[in-house]
Design a protein around this ligand. Structure first.
Ligand code: GLU
Length: 334
């Protein structure tokens, strides 16, 4: 064997396992999924999706990782700038971003935003210490209330709910900390209540109900619920199941107003990557549903409702193949 041939053989031997490692498809695609606070439902949802896709590395050569972030608004903005590839975002925030409303009223419509699918329902959850005497949204007047960090989905939801009761954030002592810190502040009696738009059950509300201070989930119902669902198309009435929080002072399911969690991406993400993620979640739908109790109510049809941004072509390719296209609002097919 000449030295040249020997070198060739050696290089081939070194590179061959790498080609197998990359799934034989060339380069590995590294994708990040932006989620929320670690005690919410977005974080485990990002984990569930990334584990499913990483398990098929040999087929797709995709390596997904999850980032804990400030929430929906942060995720939408980071998807648009390309800082992350996918993000979980509330359906109402998706609607606002694509239409240039709320946090996007100055920047205008986020035309590159694409939807992939909807996930679990989320309720605007208002939780207060029983000692604070807060039994309704109107009782928040003059109280110390965490309305959500900038970047979160709940910040605008809190303002809408206050508005529904004829209040503004100037009528309360508003705090703007991340959801992960709120249960601790409530139990240290440094706040009286907090808002969190989140799926149920979740670790955050469990933590808040399991502390030293007795707390209750405050109903958002009557005129307040009628006002916000009447004014904004993306809110629907919902119920928070009391059985998930046996330590809360509540005895019945709690009426509220809700939205949906959705998976969003940017028009610049490749069709192959979006196709693979969509296919893995839908082809393994029964397994996916078992990954979090908040997914119990999911159906394939419900996962295609509540979207406002155009469907990414990679996802659309899968929905066509799987015969799911009939469930998609034709306005979202571009
Ligand atoms: N809905 C919250 C937000 O967008 C996050 C909820 C969660 O992490 O489960 O900010």
């Amino acid at each position: 064997m000449s030295r040249k041939t020997l070198l060739f053989v050696l290089i081939t031997l070194i590179l061959a396992p790498l080609a197998v490692f990359a799934g034989g498809q060339g380069e590995t695609s590294f994708v990040t999924i932006g989620t929320g606070s670690v005690t919410g439902v977005y974080y485990p949802t990002g984990g569930a999706i990334s584990r499913m896709i990483n398990a098929k590395f040999d087929e797709y050569a995709i390596k997904a990782t999850v980032e804990s972030t400030g929430g929906s608004v942060y995720n939408i903005n980071a998807v648009i700038t390309g800082d992350i590839d996918f993000g979980i975002a509330q359906s109402d925030r998706q609607y606002q971003a694509i239409n240039g409303l709320a946090e996007w009223s100055e920047a205008g419509p986020q035309a590159d935003l694409r939807s992939v699918f909807s996930i679990h329902p989320e309720s605007i959850t208002l939780i207060a210490s029983t000692a604070s005497g807060i039994n309704s949204v109107a009782d928040l007047k003059g109280k110390r209330v965490n309305i959500g960090n900038p970047g979160s989905g709940q910040l605008q939801n809190s303002k809408d709910i206050l508005e529904g009761a004829g209040l503004t954030d100037a009528d309360i002592e508003a705090e703007g900390v991340e959801a992960v810190e709120a249960p601790g502040l409530l139990n240290d009696e440094r706040i009286d209540a907090f808002f969190y738009t989140v799926g149920h059950p979740n670790g955050n509300i469990k933590e808040a109900t399991a502390g030293r201070v007795k707390v209750m989930i405050v109903p958002i119902d009557g005129e307040v619920a009628d006002n916000v669902t009447g004014k904004y198309p993306y809110y629907a009435k919902s119920l928070i199941p009391v059985k998930e929080y046996p330590m809360a002072a509540n005895t019945e399911d709690i009426p509220s107003v809700g939205v949906k969690a959705t998976l969003v991406t940017s028009a610049s993400i490749s069709d192959d990557v979006v196709y693979a993620i969509t296919k893995e979640v839908f082809d393994n739908f029964d397994d996916f549903k078992k990954l979090h109790p908040a997914y119990q109510v999911l159906t394939k049809e419900s996962m295609l409702a509540g979207l406002s941004a155009p469907i990414h072509p990679g996802a659309l390719k899968y929905y066509e193949e799987a015969g799911l296209i009939e469930y998609i609002n034709p306005d979202l097919i571009k």
